[in-house]
Design a binder for this molecule. Structure first.
Ligand code: TPP
Length: 475
């Protein structure tokens, strides 16, 4: 005997738990809303295709923002309109994943219109489900780019006019004109027959991605009784009789049979090649005859902060370049205040024997503070066991931390003695090199003039670097 088991697809959570712990008996969607049906069709397909553990759903801003309450897959919630950009990043760095960009019409066709066009035009390997309910649902029924001429909304109370708001955008047709997309179809979720068509389209779009054939886009005409201010039954009839006359359902483009799988060109970055392309080898090519010691296992996270004009950014830049010349992986992330000179500036430098995934630093291992506001700002962030180098000539109060090494370096005063305040940053570089001990002095001597090219600084910087090293010795 055949048994039919009616149950939620495994790609849905057993229980829908909201932020804060409250359980949803069903979904947060209004009666007659299409999101719930489409969620179910997607979840069933994901389960049936066995791709739950590699599917990542990017939810938008809009009523479907909470898709992550329901889908037991990888979930990322993107800023308004940016789901295709997030999907692009995720997919490119995880080519074996299945990435779904799920978006409403306000999200996709208004604030995110450029985003979706560019992703489609690049032929990103993703599946887009576009819920067109002809209105901004979540925010209370404002006009969307898909609102029909004559249709009333809270922002077009007398009805949308061509003269004021232009014509409704047919996104499926627009995207179908592009070269790259493989498959574009519009469906509607009004009755069992059309829901079955939607189911087929959902599956096809996901299959195309599983077969690595490229970009697919399914526009789904869907009800929003609350935003449209109609009963669920009237909404369904309105979609059939009115909405679908302007947005005609059907396949707008289908090249799925003709396309070959696209093999991602460089799934893993080829660093050697990037060095050449970006000309970041030049330093190591030009520094000659220096024997470098072996790269040691380490992660140094250095925050350098001070006034704009003190050279904090160039100090970080020089350090990152020199460490890169020593075959470490590095990142340099400058952060400018609103003003360049006189305002505050800081930069984050990471130096590691391993690849660096993010250039951000929350808890530095070394803080170089060139003025008092910078010290105050970052002093508590330094990791226990870390080091604080501060300009003891400019900062009258030593940092109060017992769990880190604190070294006062009168960098500015010493630079003045050598001939220019501007070399204070190089005094600090010398101090850093001394405390860490992994940089070759000979290398630094040759590298500095290549990084800071102005000839009048060459001798000064060399002297300042040396002075910084001595000051640590003597401190
Ligand atoms: C940058 C930004 N602008 C505006 C908003 C406010 N906002 C939230 S949802 C939404 C519209 C969503 O409409 P739609 O994409 O059609 O989705 P629906 O709610 O109808 O499913 C807007 C404008 C926001 N969250 N972020």
């Amino acid at each position: 005997m055949k048994t039919t088991i009616l149950q939620k697809p495994a790609s849905f959570y057993d229980e829908f738990t909201q932020k804060g712990g409250a359980q949803l008996a069903n979904t947060h969607y209004c009666p007659g809303c299409g999101h719930g049906i489409l969620h179910k069709l997607i979840a069933e397909a994901v389960s049936d295709f066995g791709i739950q553990d590699k599917t990542v759903l990017i939810s938008p801003v809009g009523c479907s923002v909470f898709a992550y309450y329901y889908f037991d897959v990888g979930n990322i919630q993107a800023a308004h309109g940016r789901a295709p950009a997030v999907a692009t990043g995720y997919k490119r760095s995880n080519p074996e994943s299945i990435v779904i960009s799920y978006q409403g019409d306000g999200d996709l066709a208004a604030i995110g219109a450029n985003e979706i066009l560019q992703a489609a035009n690049r032929g990103e390997q993703m599946t887009v489900f576009f819920v067109n309910n002809a209105i901004y649902g979540m925010t209370g029924g404002q006009m969307a780019p898909t609102t029909l001429i004559g249709q009333k909304s809270t922002t077009t109370p007398r009805g949308r006019t061509m003269q004021n708001e232009g014509y409704p955008l047919r996104m499926a047709e627009i995207i179908a004109t592009l070269e790259a997309p493989v498959y574009v179809e519009r469906v509607m979720m009004t009755d069992p027959k059309n829901i079955a068509r939607t189911r087929k389209a959902v599956r096809k779009a996901l299959k195309i991605q599983m077969e690595k054939k490229g970009f697919s886009f399914v526009e789904v005409l869907s009800g929003c009784p609350t935003g449209l201010k109609m009963t669920p039954v009237n909404t369904k009839n309105w979609i059939t009789d009115v909405l679908s006359k302007y947005f005609e359902p059907g396949v707008k483009k289908d090249e799925s049979e003709d396309r070959e799988p696209i093999i991602t060109l460089h799934p893993d970055p080829h660093f050697e090649e990037y060095h050449e392309l970006l000309d970041i080898r030049s330093l190591s090519d030009k520094v000659k005859g220096v024997k470098l010691s072996a790269v040691k296992e380490m992660v140094d996270e250095i925050k350098i902060a001070g006034f704009g004009g003190q050279g904090v950014l160039s100090l970080g830049y020089a350090l990152a370049n020199i460490a890169m010349g020593h075959n470490y992986k590095v990142s340099w992330l400058p952060s400018y205040g609103p003003e360049m000179r006189g305002g505050t500036a800081n930069c984050s430098v990471k130096i590691s024997d391993k690849r660096i995934s993010s250039p951000m630093i929350d808890n530095p291992t070394v803080l170089v503070a060139m003025n008092k506001p910078s010290l105050q700002k970052f002093v508590d962030d330094v990791q226990p066991g870390g080091v604080i180098l501060y300009d003891s000539g400019l900062i009258d109060e030593a940092p109060k931390r017992n769990d880190v090494t604190v070294i006062g370096i009168p960098a500015t005063a010493e630079a003045d003695k050598l001939g220019s305040t501007k070399a204070a940053n190089m005094v600090m570089l010398g101090a850093y090199a001394k405390i860490r001990g992994y940089l070759s002095n000979d290398y630094v001597k040759q590298a500095l003039p290549l990084i800071i090219k102005n000839k009048s600084f060459h001798k000064l910087n060399e002297d300042a670097f040396k002075r910084g090293m001595e000051l640590v010795k003597n401190s």
